[in-house]
Design a protein around this ligand. Structure first.
Ligand code: GLV
Ligand code: MN
Ligand code: MN
Length: 417
């Protein structure tokens, strides 16, 4: 098959999407259902339609763009990623897997390939946790890992519900309609930047993901007693900010004490109220991200953090509420799909290695309903979740070629899976 990937067209589209942002470019911020997120979705839907795909969306805004196969009764092969971006992000996280998939489909079409099974691009809603504190919202619901009732209870920091947000964004239908049956897809393959330093350091073009580390998130709300910064003497204080500061240090201590270098913990949200220099903080909100490739060490760190928080707040006379927003298992990718991608890399003479993903992805949940894996490409310095995140057209193009060839093998006649 003669696959021609137009890396400059793809780069132009990545650059265009990066300009749709809530922040000043080159900073990309596209929080779920913000005006920028909605405009970004329109941009992608338009490209998908121009590529001849049939576009629909579900009740939470997951977008599906389908290239109908010659046997539409067969389960489709899916690919895709996300376009939402955390505050102060770059332009490649998620986007490479969405716009790269459209380019892969265009390359396949141009080569004359016609799929037997349908190919479906999925643009997942809220892979990032910014709006509701929970990552992979779209794929959690689509895979049935989260029941609709759980999502119905979600509220953002201002108390606005998921229902209010999704209706405002034009998402129709009940949350119950989102879950897809286990045999709905024959396979799922997600293209993504590595978000780590290994591929660049080893000068390898492609990483094939065998496992995704287990993520978890704690939300802690602390209520102390506020007061005048001059008048309330130190022994009389119940400072929620200081309790929060101690808890953040306890997170570091817990994750560095598991004996595994794979345990990581981040207090990424730290807000104190009322936020006046001359007022003792009366409330604090923490969101704490704890991950590991092994569940046992992740869970022991979580338990240690929760116990430390209870002790710290008791000692300081601060009330504590803890929510485990998510405690997910790791994903084990499908061995035979990993081998299929490795064989494609060999066929295309593209260097590759197998690897673990320390970041989470929608593949974590797609792996629950169909054979799944990921294709990683290098990014500069392994940097991600920062505006200076970078992958060159020359680094992206091999990923798109491997994705296109993999899709052709999984969907082409005769059906190989
Ligand atoms: C995904 O963005 C993650 O935080 O791993
Ligand atoms: Mn991300
Ligand atoms: Mn991502």
């Amino acid at each position: 098959m003669n696959l021609t990937v137009d890396k400059y067209r793809l780069q132009k589209e990545i650059d265009e999407l990066a300009l749709i942002t809530e922040a000043e470019p080159p900073i990309v911020t596209r929080v779920l259902f913000s005006e920028a997120d909605l405009r970004g979705r329109d941009f992608v839907k338009q490209l998908a339609r121009e590529a001849g795909l049939v576009v629909r969306a579900d009740a939470v805004g997951n977008i599906f763009a389908r290239w109908e196969g010659s046997d539409p009764k067969l389960s489709a092969v899916a690919t895709g990623s996300h376009i939402d971006a955390i505050p102060n992000a770059g332009k490649f996280d998620g986007v490479v897997g969405v716009l790269g998939a459209i380019e892969a489909i265009r390359a396949l079409k141009q080569s004359g390939f016609r799929p037997h099974r349908s190919v479906e691009l999925i643009v997942f809603t809220a892979e990032e946790p910014t709006r509701f504190g929970i990552g992979c919202l779209g794929s959690r619901l689509l895979s049935g890992v989260w029941a609709p009732q759980k999502a119905a209870g979600l509220r953002d920091r201002d108390g606005k519900s998921l229902d209010e947000w999704r209706q405002g964004a034009g998402c129709a239908g009940p949350l119950e309609s989102i879950c897809l049956p286990k045999n709905h897809y024959a396979a799922f393959v997600e293209l993504h930047i590595e978000q780590g330093p290994i591929l660049e350091r080893e000068n390898t073009n492609i990483g094939i993901v065998e496992k995704i580390a287990a993520p978890s998130t704690l939300r802690m709300q602390l209520t102390g007693a506020g007061g005048h910064a001059g008048a309330v003497l130190m022994p009389d204080r119940h400072d929620a900010g200081l309790a929060a500061a101690e808890i953040s240090l306890a997170v570091e201590q817990a994750v560095t004490g598991t004996g595994s270098p794979d345990t990581v913990g981040t207090t990424g949200v730290f807000r104190i109220e009322p936020g006046a220099v001359n007022s003792v903080p009366c409330r604090a909100l923490l969101e704490i991200d704890v991950r590991d490739t092994q569940v046992a060490t992740r869970d022991s760190a979580l338990a240690q953090i929760e116990a430390a928080a209870v002790d710290i707040c008791r000692r300081r006379g601060v009330a504590l509420e803890v929510d485990r927003l998510n405690v997910d298992p790791p994903a084990i990718c499908d061995g035979s799909l990993v081998e299929t991608v490795a064989a494609v890399c060999r066929l295309l003479e593209i260097s590759h290695r197998k690897m673990i993903s320390r970041a989470y992805h929608d593949t974590l949940f797609m792996a629950q309903i169909c054979p799944s894996t990921m294709i990683f490409i290098p990014c500069r310095g392994g940097i991600s979740h920062r505006p200076d995140e970078f992958a060159s057209p020359e680094q992206i193009a091999p990923g798109v070629r491997v994705l296109a060839q993999t899709l052709s093998q999984l969907t082409g006649p005769p059906a190989t899976i």
